[in-house]
Design a protein. Structure first.
Length: 88
């Protein structure tokens, strides 16, 4: 499943940023689906909910947009745009 690989990589990036920021929880994750990626926002959302379980991103809101730029370097992937962490 293509979505699982993308989301596993995404959750790994999110955990790394949360650790660097000394944050226990991530509030919002903003991503952009590449124009040539064959995934849907719904499939990413469902996969994210499963794979983020037990991580800093577990209860994060996932904000998803889709790029129309077919020549972007991430056109076949999902780009992490931003992460908002909870201040402890």
């Amino acid at each position: 499943m293509h979505e699982a690989r993308l989301v596993r990589d995404l959750v790994s990036q999110i955990d790394r940023v949360a650790h660097e920021e000394h944050a226990d929880h991530v509030e919002t994750v903003t991503i952009e689906i590449g124009a040539l990626s064959h995934v849907t926002p719904d499939s990413l959302q469902g996969c994210f909910e499963l794979l983020a379980h037990g991580t800093a991103a577990e209860k994060a809101h996932l904000a998803i947009s889709r790029s129309r730029d077919r020549s972007a370097p991430y056109a076949h992937d999902v780009k992490l745009v931003s992460i908002s962490v909870e201040d402890d």
